[in-house]
Design a binder for this molecule. Structure first.
Ligand code: URA
Length: 238
């Protein structure tokens, strides 16, 4: 059983200000289990009560999971004084208090980013101890050799002495490569390629665990996904 004030519940679930919710409540625009409820402080059981606001039933979701195809030039953060963030790109109908990106992609990196308000899920996704694989396509300024694949497979030591966990590296056509890592150190992939003398021109994340970026999702766009689908990001895949 989850108890919450009626105005807070409606405001959180629908991303409407508490003030606007209270005004609508006074006008009799909400019912709880079929009875008009005007008291903003009325306590609802979010698991059991049927709450209708402005004619629509609110289905309670404790957490939200948003999948974004991150475009270049946007900061992986919740808010920033001067720069546009990934949370700024979330459309109003999906916005809620407490949204943040799960891990960080560099400003110039594109691709799969999960945005949520579930801290435990995010921790499980990004903690290096959990060994969740993140797969990227890198466009490089040179060719990937067999030897580089072996070095990456053994675990690269970065120029500052930081040791990376073993990674998988697969050469693709046109100086591109797929690289799969299970941790997220600062600029990790760019620094890893730096150790073998390659520069990264473009970087795109295609999947996290068992969750892949849908091909149809354009850069800068978001979709809400169900909790079950989001949790496929926590699956250990090779
Ligand atoms: N590694 C990087 O260098 N950049 C990213 O955005 C992600 C991984």
């Amino acid at each position: 059983m989850q108890k919450q004030r009626l105005d807070k519940f409606i405001s959180n679930q629908l991303n409407i200000s508490r003030k606007d919710v209270r005004t609508a409540l006074k006008r009799g625009q909400a019912t709880v289990n079929g009875r008009i409820e005007k008291d903003a402080a009325f306590t609802v059981d979010t698991d059991a009560d049927v709450i209708i606001f402005e004619g629509k039933e609110i289905s309670y979701k404790k957490y939200i999971y948003i999948l974004m195809n991150k475009p270049k030039g946007v900061l992986s953060a919740s808010n920033d004084k001067s720069r546009e963030t990934v949370v700024d790109l979330v459309p109003a109908e999906l916005k809620r208090a407490g949204l943040f990106p799960v891990g960080r992609l560099d400003r110039d990196t594109t691709g799969l980013l999960i945005i949520t308000d579930n801290g435990e899920f995010a921790h499980n996704c990004i903690s290096p101890k959990k060994m969740i694989s993140k797969s990227y396509i890198a466009s490089l300024d040179g060719e990937v050799t067999e030897e580089m694949c072996e070095i990456f497979g053994q675990g690269v030591t970065l120029k500052d002495g930081t040791k990376c966990k073993p990674a998988k590296l697969y050469p693709l056509d046109s100086n591109k490569a797929r690289i799969i890592i299970t941790e997220g150190k600062y600029h990790q992939i760019k620094r890893m390629f730096g150790t073998v003398g390659l520069g990264v021109n473009e970087l795109h994340r295609e999947s996290i665990g068992g969750l892949a970026l849908p091909q149809s999702l354009e850069e800068g766009k978001c979709i809400e996904i169900a909790e079950k689908e989001a949790f496929s990001a926590l699956l250990k895949v090779c």
